[in-house]
Design a protein around this ligand. Sequence first.
Ligand code: SF4
Ligand code: FE
Length: 481
Amino acid sequence: MKTAREYVQSLGQLHPVVYAFGERIENVVDHPLTRPHVNAAAMTYHLATLPEYKDLMTATSHLTGATINRFTHIHQNTDDLIKKVKMLRLLGQRTGSCFQRCVGLDALNALYSVTYEMDQAFGTEYHKRLVKYLRKVQDEDLMCAGSMTDPKGDRSLSPHEQPDPDMYVHVVERRSDGIVVSGAKAHQTGIVNSHEFICLPTVAMDEEDKDYALAFALPVDAPGVIHVFGRQSNDTRKLEDSLDQGNARFGTVGGEALTILDNVFVPWDRVFMCGEYQFTRDLVERFASYHRQNYGACKVGVADVIVGAAAAIAECNGVNRASHIRDKLVEMCHLSETLYCGSIACSCEGAKTPSGAYVVDSMLANVTKQNVTRLMYEICRLCQDIAGGFIATLPSERDLKNPEIGKYVQKYFRGSVSYTTEYRFRMARLIENLTAGTALVESMHGAGSPQAQRIMIYRQANLAQKKKLAEAIAGITGAPE
Ligand code: SF4
Ligand code: FE
């Protein structure tokens, strides 16, 4: 396994083409816009080296028997699924941010079972290729981004109907040594500080979309791959002072980018689906379920930080003994633990696939993520309510430290004398960072927008069977089917 330091050093050996603010970022490790995301991802390596977290953060490879980072593991039982949830909550608590590495983990797990089933159905050799690739990922302890979301163009049109075929990643050339692909992937969490990225289809496809039914893996610096780093609320503060950032060390959410594939060559041993549109639905749904499992874990870890920040600011403001404040803190805990229940439940109810790998209960995972789109907003609303309006009107760190007016800022922004003004400043900025802007949008649209979960909930709701239950209880017989 790599240490955090080795992970950071290994990024220096890659040379991805990354742009931000219209300029090339030569080194993501040293650049202030990207460094916090490197730090957050590095935590997935760091905690794995600590004896107290060995059980959660590491696993035994079913391929080699070696001890590996759990972020490269294929779930072998429901206990693995539960440990994944606990690992993500722990990391959310330690970073107060997105540590990005789960998407690649989910892509590998979804591909593991689906390639097995594809090979059974078609006699292809995708699973063998994937296992070889997985060994490399495990042996070198690689961080893989998971690349799912295509730009999608006109949402009313399927991939092959788009006026511009690049709205979905597709094959432009099949060669004896591999394929050439073109298109882009949007909202790529952690990709600029990953080693590899794994592309999956983003929607279920039919025969006419064959050229879009694709799964493959590439290094982030493969020729023809360009990353355009996304903006975040208050991101220019990363170029200024640390206190104003709120979470200077780990940043805000995952450092997402638009990744362009400009006629990129993929050798066959890195291609895991090419034309098997019949399996796109399974691949999309399995990946989505794994990633929706995560949201009652990583977000709950962040919610633990939010609850802590709310409790701290209440003390700073001298309102911690007010019964309505205590009740709001209880409500925040109730909501976040409810989310956690969903992630644990969909893991406990996981099932074995023919490949031997375990998948989560899809219905419960989708319900979990749907709850996140609502309850995280309520948790953040309550935190802002407790904190007070000053989180939105606070002057800058430079005013706090200014030799002329700093003394006034110190004096008038102090709350309880038990706390310094800087403590109150820091806590307010953290709350601003965690509960407003880009961070909250991630709870809505990360792992798929709310409607995507509702579609899957509807599909699995088995309303016909539930209708029969009602008819039986109501004493109705012979009702129309
Ligand atoms: Fe992992 Fe959560 Fe970030 Fe998704 S949003 S990559 S699950 S930390
Ligand atoms: Fe996410």
